[in-house]
Write a protein that binds this ligand. Structure first.
Ligand code: ATP
Length: 475
């Protein structure tokens, strides 16, 4: 028989001794299970989400625990799920009664019956997520590990406790979770499991966009997101959930001319940006920055491959993609779309001599997001030619510096026309008309081109001159 191992040091939080007392009073056994135990054993620190399973009523245990805690925190009960939650200090604790689950084909919502600890561990997605520590006084801290999850933790393996085909078919979200954990923890998905994901990929259709995106966000926020996207691709899931990305895969050759594989290029960009931003939307921008390249790809005899207008087309595709996956259609979507639309601008600018007016236009178009755009474009430099790599990065340094200088002088980041439409109407005694737009546009252009500074007097003089040429008369 295997020696029992105890991990009392994982249970220093007072909440565990109180749960232990509460469970003893109710005469039920209780365990901490799942992510908290996994992350502790991986030395990833102590999670702020704790899952407790009671062999009995989870709701009754939560209520008892609350009654023993100072301030008796409110217990949120989810009757339909047989779970209860409470918050203590900065920790969320979820209580659930040990259960046995069975599934129907068309839903990931199981039929639930009360069960033993073992039944409850059986319903868990992966062996590393089924590890439990006892909160019973008699064996406080003892590890309960029926599937050798400890071994998988040490070897870095994602494995399902039961037949993976059944596990994934029952709840297809687990396929996304497997890939997400493999990415976050830098683990390998065990071969049978990986094959089972491939076989069950179409089952993802019963999972909501929101849940899929939750997992995609976690993959994107990992230190090396490409791991996850490669696995999603390898299993066929990516083709179903983000066909815009798989459409970028491959290298075509016509008359000896090729283009780069924009799928692998994209993954490189996403990995490059990861150390430079924790903003999930900027990471999404990196992931989607080239999606317009598939529909715009053309071969021309004289110039080879082109992706003319791919930024604009890509920007438009962002909205459709967000709609399809039920992602927020608010300013976040607009931000990603704008990033995609502007994603080639800095590199074009940096290939040449960096002029003030080009930088001013960039600031004008990107506004508040100009630094994020620079971060994206720096990550986009994936050339393997060291000279080019150095040159682009150096040019981007100049662009960044110029952004600061030009903005300090010209304030075009949140451009407000120095002369309003109303004032123009008054000066020239005009009703709302085309001329007003023409004058406003001319002033803006003169500022962006650096012909005049972004100031009232200069704009006024410029406008008077222009108006004269247009034959307008003052009041
Ligand atoms: P993280 O917080 O990083 O997502 P976690 O493992 O704590 O990690 P939760 O989603 O909070 O993830 O789930 C808690 C536990 O519940 C998991 O460790 C696992 O045991 C179980 N679990 C969660 N989702 C599923 C699922 N879809 N199928 C089976 N078990 C699951």
């Amino acid at each position: 028989m295997k020696a029992k191992t105890s991990y009392k040091e994982a249970l220093n939080n007072k909440i565990f001794t109180i749960t232990s007392q509460a469970a003893a009073t109710l005469n039920v056994k209780s365990y901490v299970i799942g992510g908290y135990v996994r992350d502790f054993l991986l030395n990833r620190g102590l999670k702020k989400d704790i899952d407790i399973v009671a062999v009995g009523s989870g709701i009754a245990l939560a209520e008892k625990v609350s009654s023993l805690l100072p301030g008796k925190p409110k217990v949120q009960v989810f009757k339909n799920y047989g779970t209860a939650m409470l918050r203590h200090n900065d920790t969320d604790i979820e209580f659930v009664g040990a259960r046995k689950e069975s599934y129907q084909w068309e839903s990931r919502k199981p039929h639930v019956e009360t069960g033993t600890l073992e039944d409850d561990q059986n319903r868990r997605d992966f062996t590393i997520n089924a590890l439990a520590l006892s909160l019973d006084e008699a064996d406080f801290g003892e590890l309960v590990d029926p599937f050798n999850g400890m071994d998988d933790l040490k070897k870095g393996i994602i494995r399902t406790p039961l037949d993976p085909d059944i596990t994934y078919s029952d709840d297809p979200l687990r396929m996304m979770r497997a890939i997400r954990f493999a990415t976050q923890l830098n683990f390998t998905i065990e071969e049978e499991s990986l094959k089972a994901i491939g076989r069950n990929k179409d089952r993802i259709s019963i999972i909501s966009g929101e849940r899929i995106v939750d997992e995609l966000n976690k993959i994107l926020m990992a230190p090396k997101p490409s791991t996850g996207f490669k696995l999603l691709h390898q299993t066929g899931l990516l083709q179903i959930i983000l066909p815009e990305l798989t459409a970028l895969k491959g290298v075509e050759e016509v008359e000896g001319q090729t283009h780069k594989d924009n799928f692998y290029h994209t993954l490189e960009v996403v990995d490059n940006i990861a150390p430079n931003t924790d903003d999930v939307w900027l990471r999404w921008s990196a992931l989607l920055h080239d999606i317009g390249k598939a529909p715009t790809k053309k071969f021309h005899k004289k110039i080879g491959w082109t992706f003319h207008g791919h930024e604009f087309v890509g920007g438009k595709m962002v909205k459709k993609l967000f709609e399809r996956l039920h992602m927020p259609l608010n300013h976040k979507m607009k931000y990603v779309s704008k990033m995609v639309m502007l994603s080639s601008r800095p590199i074009v600018l940096a290939q040449d001599i960096v002029t003030d007016s080009a930088v001013r236009r960039l600031i004008f178009d990107a506004g508040e997001d100009v630094e994020d755009l620079m971060t994206l474009c720096e990550a986009d430099i994936t050339t393997k030619n060291p000279q080019k790599f150095k040159k682009y990065h150096n040019n981007f340094k100049i662009v960044r510096q110029k952004i600061v200088e030009v903005e300090e002088r010209d304030h075009v980041r949140n451009f407000q026309p120095p002369i309003s439409g109303e004032e123009i109407m008054e000066i020239f005694n005009l009703k709302p008309s085309r001329e007003i737009g023409v004058l406003k546009e001319a002033i803006k252009e003169a500022i962006l081109e650096g012909e005049i500074p972004n100031e009232y007097n200069a704009a006024h003089d410029f406008m008077m001159e222009k108006a004269l040429k247009m034959g307008l008369k003052t009041n």
